[in-house]
Design a protein around this ligand. Structure first.
Ligand code: KG4
Ligand code: ZN
Length: 333
């Protein structure tokens, strides 16, 4: 019975997991409406809100799971990457709880949480290539088993979700922009504005999305308000095209049969549709994280911690510190 805490950005989340697949509770308090006022996350505001809500979110998860705090066998929390002042809240709370209960503490990499989320519930992790597409990260990773990863490629500038959020802001759509751009794109013509597919044919597994955002900015002076759906559709098509092409190509190059897709952007319907079509044409299986596990949540942190605990040598415990930029080093190899 494991309690996991997640406070890396603007969601305060706690989950209780028993074994690999028995999710007893997953509670998420989102601050998105507060950050909508400023059009993005203000770290100091996020950190204070985490501090105000972490105790009730953790208590809420335990209550929903129907267990007293003493029934916990371990406590896990996200160590990074994320906003330092936000990470500190869940991480310190988790450590204090683990010490007071005299239970193991497990520091978890947020990206590992996303990466493993398509396998949620499974005790075994099959060899796969993982595509993590979120607001903070865009990476392709070879998954050789739990805690055995190799970074294959990553964005060299903006993450895919960040590009959605920035383009939404340029077009006057609310934060977070991904779902808004997708909604507008449904009424738009993806062929009207043909936007660049940066690095699509670079021959490696890296990405670049900042030029796409600049391309949208240069369109702005000649746009009429009615053009927004067409710009959204053209932008979404460009992002999806590059993600699908590189993910499938990399999975085949790695001689893997499974492509595991996770992170907030993987909620995008057009991305799912195009990935399924391209993967089936290439003879690959695509596994998507369940929708409730795509955006930030603590269930995925609990699941990653579960796998770490089954290999104690892989656990970073109470001696670990938060690591705001922790990321690629986990995947070095
Ligand atoms: O995984 P996540 O909750 O946070 C990070 O760890 O970064 O991802 C949030 C990101 C935001 O950039 C949001 O705009 C994007 O996921 N997103 C979407 C969609 N839903 C959320 N992007 C495109 N289409 C969507 N439907
Ligand atoms: Zn995330």
């Amino acid at each position: 019975m494991l309690l996991a805490l997640e406070t890396s950005c603007d969601e305060t989340a706690a989950a209780v997991l028993a074994g690999a697949g028995d999710l007893r509770a997953s509670v998420t308090a989102s601050q998105a409406s507060e950050h909508a006022v400023t059009g993005g996350v203000v770290p100091e505001v996020a950190s204070r809100r985490h501090l105000q809500t972490i105790r009730s979110v953790a208590a809420g998860a335990l209550a929903r799971a129907g267990i007293p705090v003493e029934a916990l066998h371990a406590v896990a929390a996200t160590a990074g990457p994320g906003l330092a002042s936000a990470l500190l809240v869940g991480f310190s709370f988790g450590k204090a709880l683990a010490v007071s209960l005299d239970r193991p503490f497990v520091a978890v990499n947020h990206i590992e949480g996303h990466l493993l989320s398509p396998f949620f519930g499974r005790e075994e992790i099959p060899p796969a290539v993982g595509l993590v597409v979120s607001g903070g990260h865009t990476l392709l990773v070879a998954v050789d088993g739990p805690s055995r990863y190799r970074l294959l490629g990553r964005t060299l500038d903006d993450a895919a979700g960040e590009a959605f959020d920035k383009v939404a802001k340029l077009l006057g759509l609310p934060y977070p922009g991904g779902p808004e751009v997708e909604r507008a794109a449904r009424q738009g013509d993806p062929q009207r504005f043909l936007l660049p597919r940066a690095m699509k044919c670079s021959g490696d597994a890296n990405f670049s999305f900042s030029g796409l955002k600049t391309a949208v900015r240069t369109l702005l002076p000649r746009l009429a308000p009615g053009d927004v759906p067409d710009v959204c559709a053209g932008f979404q098509e460009a992002v999806v095209d590059v993600l699908v092409h590189k993910a499938v190509r990399t999975t085949l190059a790695e001689r893997r049969r499974v492509l595991a897709v996770s992170g907030g952007v993987s909620l995008n319907g057009r991305l799912r549709e195009q990935l399924l079509a391209a993967a089936s044409a290439a003879g690959l299986e695509v596994l998507f994280a369940a929708p409730e596990l795509c955006t930030d949540n603590a269930a995925m942190i609990a699941y990653a911690a579960h796998h770490r605990l089954s290999d104690p040598a892989s656990v970073a415990g109470l001696q670990a510190d938060i690591a705001p930029s922790l990321g690629a080093e986990l995947f070095a190899g």
